[in-house]
Design a protein around this ligand. Structure first.
Ligand code: PMV
Length: 373
């Protein structure tokens, strides 16, 4: 698949109906948690290695995109609101996003947009909203493209497969991991020899069997540090340029993903734990061994990890942890163990969370169109 696939040819541009004046779409899109991590990218948001994630269910962004035809002006024109409050500080990121995607959505400069967004998780929780936020916005824009095409003379809607693929393709250009938040409970992004249909350009539903053991898998997010990210992911990915261990890390991610296919198929929880925890620690090891170097874990992160290991040793539980590029800990565990693990979290881990805060989530299935006008 080539990027040209996502550019409508000149004859198609003519089909955009200039009489479409205004309307709105609302999409809700989830966050996701990577099992094999994406860390390092080439130009145009192409990942250095493939990654795989569980889609979350409760941690979501809901975005309404209102559009109205502009009278004149060639600049992008938009306003952004978070929970009803105007957020001009979000504009540069969205402006960059628009610049990256306008080749694929040539109507962007012809409209004024009002982007109203809200998250189900607290903005200052340290949970990145870029994956859910960028995927929700990309989906609203795809709905708009669809509407433009449909309302033109003889226009047909985009087929569902293309709609989803292009939404993921666009979301990737907003934030890499956002392309894994469109469709599916387990999503792969990045070309991998053993995964049919996988692509560097967009995320795809994991195409093979996933064992019952992973059904309704839980992710309890322990909010250790709710502050601003110490290292933005843009800076983080850049640290992989010229990193002494980069090439080995990229190879390892390919191997880990091959192994993960088998683990998901067989429902091998012990092997899952080893892979997932090793991936989390490798991500942090990359940051610790880059130049400049960073430690993104806090003392509480390590306390929690040690407590999880002790609990696993004592009880034989299958809980494990993973980390994003920050101090918060995602505790992953099978549905069957919900009661036992939540009890453990309340008794032993909550004390390490800022203000005792944590969020319970499970695997979800992707984004939803909530409204259209
Ligand atoms: O999507 P970005 O550019 O914010 O990068 C996300 C990177 C990690 O969350 C650390 C790993 C991943 O694969 O999601």
């Amino acid at each position: 698949m080539k990027i040209e696939h996502f550019i409508l040819g000149p004859e198609r541009y003519q089909e955009y109906n200039s009489s479409l004046h205004s309307g709105a779409f609302t999409w809700s899109s989830p966050s996701n948690i990577a099992l094999v991590k994406y860390w390092g990218k080439k130009e145009n948001q192409i990942p250095e290695n493939p990654s795989i994630s569980f889609t979350l269910d409760a941690c979501k962004t809901t975005t309404t995109l209102k559009y109205s035809k502009k009278e004149s002006g060639a600049d992008f024109s938009f306003e952004v609101f978070l929970d009803g409050e105007k957020k001009d500080e979000f504009k540069p990121k969205i402006e960059t996003f628009f610049k990256r995607i306008e080749l694929y959505l040539p109507f962007l400069r012809a409209y004024h947009f009002k982007i109203e967004t809200s998250n189900t998780f607290p903005h200052s929780s340290g949970i990145a909203s870029s994956a859910s936020g960028m995927s929700a916005l990309a989906l609203c824009l795809m709905s708009m493209e669809n509407q433009l095409l449909m309302s033109s003379e003889g226009g047909k809607p985009l087929n569902d497969g293309f709609f989803t693929e292009k939404a993921s393709f666009l979301a990737r250009l907003g934030s890499g991991s956002a392309c894994r938040s469109i469709e599916g409970d387990v999503v792969v992004w990045g070309k991998h020899a053993d995964i049919e249909g996988s692509s560097d350009l967009f995320g795809v539903k994991f195409p093979y069997t996933v064992h019952e053991n992973f059904k309704n898998y839980n992710d309890t997010i322990l909010l250790v540090d709710k502050g601003e990210k110490q290292v933005s992911s843009t800076v983080g990915h850049d640290l992989m340029y010229g990193h002494p261990f980069a090439q080995e890390r990229f190879k390892q991610a390919h191997k880990h993903l091959s192994h993960m296919i088998d683990v998901l198929k067989r429902g091998d929880l012990k092997a899952f734990i080893s892979l997932v925890e090793s991936e989390a620690l490798t991500l942090h090891a990359m940051m610790m061994s880059s130049m400049p170097y960073f430690i993104l874990m806090k003392p509480s992160t390590l306390e929690i990890i040690n407590k999880i290991w002790a609990f696993r040793n004592q009880t034989g539980s299958n809980l494990c942890f993973t980390l994003d590029a920050g101090a918060n800990v995602h505790v992953l565990y099978p549905e069957k163990e919900t009661e036992q693990v939540l009890e453990f979290i309340k008794n032993e881990l909550v004390e390490y969370c800022q203000n005792g805060h944590y969020i319970c989530d499970t695997i979800g299935f992707g984004a939803n169109l909530l409204d259209e006008e």
